[in-house]
Design a protein. Structure first.
Length: 210
C-alpha cells in the first residue's frame, strides 16, 4: 500500500513541528503492506540525516515477509527470555528497578509479536567507520520516523530486536556483513487507529551560561 496522499480533504502538509509533536510509537497496525516507492521514500529521508565527517555509514535491510518477521520475533523473545533469566538475581536485588518494558509473561506469550504485526521492518545498519556510526544511524532513524509520520504512517523502534539481529546466524540470513552492526530496527505500517501521546518531563537545564 502507498502512503496516504494529502488532498484538499486531508489538509495541508504538516509543519516540521506538527510532525515532531504528533509522532507516536505505534503498536497496532492495519495488515496493509507498504509498496516499494513508499519504502524508498522513507529510506531517502533517512539518508538525508546529518552524518559525521560525511561518512554516510548506513546500510538497510527491509523485511516484509510476515513469516520471516514472526520467526525473528520468536527468536528475539527466546533470546530476551534467556537474558532476563541470567539477570533475574540482579533484578531481585534491593533497590533494583522493577520497571521492565517486556515482562516475562509477555515474552512467554506465543501471541505477542515484538513487531506488533507491522508489515515492514527496516533495520538501519552501521558500517565499521568512525566513532559516530551509531549516532548517524539513530539520526537516520529519526528522519525515517518523522518522514513516515508526515506521510500518514506509523513507526516504532524495536530495541528488543537488536540482540537477535546481531547474532552471526541472523546477520548471515539477512545479508548483513559480519563487521556491520544492526543499530536501529524500526517497524513501519498503517496505524490501525490513533495512539495517545506519552507525556514528557520538562527539559532539565543544568546550567544556562549567558
Ligand atoms: C532505542 C529505543 C528502543 C525501543 N524499543 C522498543 C521496543 O522494543 N518495543 C516497544 O514497544 N517500544 C520500543 N521503543 C519505543 C518507546 O517505548 C517509546 O518511544 C516511548 O515509550 C515514548 O513513546 P512515544 O515514542 O510514543 O513518544 C523504543 C524506543 C527507542 C528510542
Amino acid at each position: 500500500m502507498r502512503a496516504a496522499k494529502r488532498t484538499s480533504e486531508t489538509g495541508p502538509e504538516p509543519s516540521a513541528l506538527d510532525t515532531i509533536y504528533s509522532r507516536r510509537a505505534v503498536r497496532s497496525y492495519k495488515p496493509d503492506v507498504l509498496d516499494e516507492p513508499t519504502i524508498r521514500k522513507l529510506l531517502d529521508a533517512a539518508v538525508h540525516a546529518p552524518t559525521a565527517i560525511h561518512e554516510e555509514p548506513w546500510e538497510f535491510v527491509v523485511i516484509q515477509d510476515k513469516a520471516a518477521l514472526k520467526r525473528l520475533s520468536d527468536r528475539a523473545k527466546t533470546l530476551a527470555g534467556e537474558e532476563a533469566a541470567k539477570h533475574r538475581d540482579l533484578l531481585k536485588a534491593p533497590g533494583a528497578s522493577s520497571t521492565n518494558a517486556h515482562p516475562a509473561s509477555m515474552l512467554a506469550d506465543p501471541n505477542f509479536n515484538i513487531f506488533y504485526n507491522a508489515g515492514t521492518l527496516i533495520v538501519i545498519c552501521g558500517k565499521p567507520m568512525s566513532q559516530f556510526v551509531t549516532a548517524d544511524c539513530w539520526l537516520a532513524a529519526e528522519n525515517l520516523m518523522l518522514a513516515a509520520r508526515a506521510m500518514g504512517l506509523g513507526t516504532c523502534c524495536i530495541g528488543l530486536a537488536m540482540p537477535v539481529l546481531n547474532t552471526a546466524e541472523v546477520k548471515q540470513e539477512l545479508g548483513i556483513p559480519a563487521d556491520v552492526t544492526a543499530v536501529a530496527p524500526i517497524i513501519v505500517g498503517v496505524p490501525s487507529g490513533p495512539t495517545a501521546p506519552v507525556p514528557r518531563k520538562a527539559p532539565e537545564i543544568l546550567r544556562w551560561v549567558r
